[in-house]
Design a protein around this ligand. Structure first.
Ligand SMILES: NC(=O)c1ccc[n+]([C@@H]2O[C@H](COP(=O)([O-])OP(=O)(O)OC[C@H]3O[C@@H](n4cnc5c(N)ncnc54)[C@H](OP(=O)(O)O)[C@@H]3O)[C@@H](O)[C@H]2O)c1
Length: 330
């Protein structure tokens, strides 16, 4: 089958399109004919051998897929051949077919386009888990979302609005800000001077929650914006720098800094607990898809590229241009 293959740890741009053997169907496995695969920065780390998890070489990169079920292994009951599905997978997404574990596969409802469904593999669950499971965001609370037009950021904005929170979205550039305003976000601001803006918007009261997929220079001033009882959820470091804090600020301000890693729930941790989490994850997916049906979340595709143009697709993400998700078409 046609696939992008990683033969040895390398720069993402040094990967090539070639062929890979069609994977064997295994008990509990679901063979998917992939139609779209998500493109995210983390894949550049995986193929460089710099990610916390290293697939066995050679491998096909790509951790988010949407497509159609071709066949199911023994014991599979959550889906059947012909179903349209999405899956967050260990690797193998940049290819025509893959075999995913049943716990990672979710049926896509009629009417939800498969390219948009890619955003429900990782972006939306990460933001749901970070805001609802970890930070316990409640109706009426004020949440600030950094990187608010990006993959996880846009998902976080919609999820926070669905919960009934007041949202302050931080995004840079007219196009990104315009999309957020179109979606009815309460306050849209730029990174520059965000601390003063938060003071103005909250009348000095501060924030209940900060959702931070950016890290680097925005994290410490974000902590300063938290009110007593406030929570900052660290999600990622798009700015390229892992921030640090001293414990005393948590004590003095009565605040919490917490992390959320979706990988834990889909089997990417040193101990694979995906089966243990399968019911909770299925319930989360049901909530997210219910919100989609009610028009509360609109998974957004910024652009679709042919598999052969996988480098251009990543350039779009790394160039900070993506609004929502970038996908590859198989
Ligand atoms: N914890 C988890 O389980 C989990 C799951 C998925 C992703 N992540 C991580 O979350 C982060 C964001 O992922 P994503 O898919 O939302 O990425 P994305 O679509 O590329 O969005 C990242 C956003 O960060 C902002 N940003 C600020 N400084 C940046 C810089 N120097 N370079 C690039 N972007 C910068 C950009 O917004 P502006 O241009 O508006 O500033 C951009 O829209 C990544 O680090 C990713 O690895 C974590």
């Amino acid at each position: 089958m046609r696939a992008v293959v990683c033969e040895d740890w390398c720069d993402y741009d040094d990967l090539t399109v070639g062929t890979a053997p069609v994977p064997d169907l295994v008990p509990g496995g679901v063979r998917i004919r992939i139609e779209y695969a998500g493109v995210s920065f983390a894949t550049t780390l995986v193929v460089a051998g710099k990610y916390q998890r290293k697939p066995p070489l050679p491998f096909v990169p790509g951790t988010e897929v949407a497509g159609t079920v071709l066949e199911c292994g023994d014991g599979v009951s959550r889906c059947k051949p012909g179903d349209r599905v999405l899956a967050a997978v260990d690797w193998g997404g940049y290819a025509e077919q893959m075999v995913a574990r049943e716990a990672n596969v979710h049926v896509v409802p009629d009417g939800l386009p498969l390219d948009a469904a890619v955003a429900l593999c990782i972006s939306y669950p990460t933001s749901f888990g970070g805001l609802c499971w970890r930070a316990n965001l409640a109706m009426g609370e004020t949440v600030l979302v950094h990187g608010a037009a990006g993959g996880v950021g846009l998902a976080a904005v919609e999820i926070a609005m669905a919960v009934g929170a007041r949202v302050i979205a931080v995004a840079n550039g007219d196009e990104k800000q315009a999309i957020l305003r179109e979606r009815g976000v309460d306050h849209v601001i730029a990174t520059d001077g965000f601390r003063e803006k938060v003071d103005e918007i909250t009348g000095g009261d501060g924030l209940d929650v900060v959702y931070d997929p950016v890290g680097g220079p925005v994290s410490r001033p974000s902590i300063s914006c938290l009110r007593p009882g406030g929570r900052l959820v660290t999600i990622g470091y798009a700015a390229g720098e892992i921030p640090s804090i001293t414990f005393n600020v948590l004590l003095v301000k009565n605040i919490s800094v917490m992390g959320f890693n979706w990988g834990e729930y889909v089997g990417w941790s040193p101990v694979d607990r995906r089966e243990q989490y399968a019911d909770a994850v299925a319930e989360m997916m049901e909530t997210l898809l219910g919100w989609w049906q009610d028009g509360k979340v609109q998974p957004t595709v910024h652009a679709a590229f042919d598999l052969a143009d996988f480098r251009d697709a990543m350039r779009e993400v790394r160039g900070r241009r993506a609004i929502g998700r970038v996908v590859l078409t198989l």
